[in-house]
Design a protein around this ligand. Sequence first.
Ligand code: CO
Length: 219
Amino acid sequence: MCDLNDNSVGFMKIDKILENNKEWIQSRLSNDKDYFKNLSKGQKPKVLYIGCSDSRVTAEELMGAEPGEVFVHRNIANMISSIDLSAMSVIEYAVTHLEVDHLIVCGHYGCGGVKAAMESKDLGILNPWLRNIRDVYRLHSTELNKIENESERYKRLVELNVQEQCINVIKTAAVQKAYRNRGLKVYGWVFDINTGKLIDLKIDFEKIINNIMEIYHLD
Ligand code: CO
């Protein structure tokens, strides 16, 4: 239904998107004639998903989630930067106003952003963005430099980047408050693009929050 890439001509068929949309409306209405009426009433998602913009790593589809179930933020290499007004606003709104119970940071193997950060290359405006990933490398360089196989090192950096972005999430006042007041949980996951599997990195959220609170405690 959603095949927008016509390989025979090599470009995306924009008209097909609008056709797909009509089909989608019909399929939703055939199951439930009040579907859009109910959808328009409001949202109460339980999950905030922060993932990569990579076109292969869709948020809802790979989780089997329906519209209304997941609040989503995606950017290159699923980064949480304290000066990124967009990411900070998403976290504030989802955690404080929508009161999500679960916050997932999801990276993926084969991430182009992480790969680019491992290379010595000037990428213009991407430099400051990717520098955050280089900082993750520097923080974990002892472990990473021991891994001789480059693709294994690359995979490990994807995982460590997720871990560090979870820590960045925990540094925000909104998350600290929601953790204490109503038990919000933070999860670090990796999507394995080779198998389709979502892998829980089993990041010890409670341990991290206790370890870093001495320095990052805000409230
Ligand atoms: Co990516």
